[in-house]
Write a protein that binds this ligand. Structure first.
Ligand code: TRP
Length: 333
């Protein structure tokens, strides 16, 4: 048993998954779940959703939508524990508190991810927001996970988790591994607009996993391009982003073909976009079919969450007991 590695990943419950999440995270998880050397935990980080303004009327249903997306992408509950963070709120937040004793306020305030949120929500700079990375470290360390499939944007948070693990091990003799990010080929999925990455919060930037062929075509049609021809293939902006998507869904060769066209006869974007839309849809179709099946089985989904939480709780509780002892809360006269 000694060599089994634990893997945990999570995603905030802010809405349905899009292509960026799929390529950046879910694909990594799928790779790992078929490897018997790993024990897998996938959660919906619904507590993290509460760190910025959210709608309490839809939080629970949105979290379940994400679970449905996970399962339709191919996460298998027999192989992976799928659960809601809030179903283990008492354990995750308890560890968050213990971990917070080795983290300074200044370190948290200087994180780029924190600064971004402060800019985005200047009226809502709460303690919960400041604690975001500590809660994330708790999510990971409570299972002593060594590998974390997640997007590259989460690297600063993983750095914090590693620091915390080191400090805890030094100060209290715990044995937390220093978790590293498990990257995938498509970890940076560009936006359909001309800058940034595909993101749920930027309208026009994403393709949803549930989009049908027509919708994908429409979304791609709106993506900015140029005349299709020039001396050098653009390395940033709308065209560069389209070429990255071509590579992700149709392969490197196809991309090279278009790059050659760009500097010779010119790219016809209408054709490129139609082909790309079809390639993307080919990947999404089986996922959508699975989702329709699962939508008819809400009881099954609840059972998956319950089983997942039960499995996770056993390990989480053990870590908490250990930490309490090592930090001096247990013992007695
Ligand atoms: N912060 C992550 C995101 O926004 C979500 C998350 C919460 C997470 N807890 C985690 C990711 C633990 C990996 C591991 O995507």
């Amino acid at each position: 048993m000694k060599n089994i590695k634990r893997v945990l990943s999570g995603i905030r419950a802010t809405g349905r998954l899009h292509l960026g999440n799929y390529l950046g995270m879910v694909k990594g998880m799928l790779e790992l779940q078929d490897n018997p050397g790993y024990e897998i935990f996938y959660m919906v980080a619904d507590l993290h959703s509460m760190t910025t303004p959210y709608d309490q009327k839809t939080l629970a249903s949105t979290a379940r939508e994400v679970v449905l997306d996970y399962l339709s992408c191919g996460l298998e509950p027999d192989k992976s524990a799928v659960f809601l963070q809030s179903d283990l709120a008492e354990l995750h937040t308890e560890l968050m508190f213990y971990l917070s004793t080795v983290v300074t306020v200044a370190r948290m305030q200087h994180l780029p991810t924190f600064k971004e949120k402060v800019k985005q929500y200047p009226q809502n700079v709460t303690m919960a927001l400041l604690n975001y990375p500590v809660l994330m470290a708790a999510d990971i360390l409570i299972y002593k996970s060594s590998d974390v499939p997640t997007g590259i944007d989460q690297e600063p948070h993983l750095e914090v988790a590693r620091e915390i693990a080191r400090k805890m091990n030094e100060a209290f003799g715990t044995d937390f591994p220093e978790p590293k990010r498990f990257g995938t080929r498509g970890e940076y999925v560009p936006s359909l607009t001309d800058e940034g990455k595909m993101s749920k919060s930027v309208e026009g930037s994403y393709i949803q996993l549930t989009d049908d062929l027509e919708t994908i075509k429409k979304r791609l049609a709106a993506a900015p391009t140029d005349s299709g021809r020039g001396q050098a293939v653009p390395t940033a902006g709308g065209v560069a982003n389209l070429l990255t998507l071509v590579e992700l869904f149709e392969g490197k060769e196809k991309r090279k073909k278009y790059e050659k066209q760009y500097v010779t006869s010119g790219i016809r974007y209408g054709e490129l976009k139609t082909e790309l839309a079809e390639a993307i849809y080919r990947d999404l179709k089986p996922i959508q079919e699975k989702r329709r099946e699962l939508e008819k089985k809400p009881d099954y989904v609840e059972q998956v969450l319950k089983d997942g939480a039960d499995k996770a709780r056993k390990i989480a509780q053990k870590t908490i007991d250990e930490v309490k002892t090592k930090m001096g809360l247990k013992g007695g006269l």
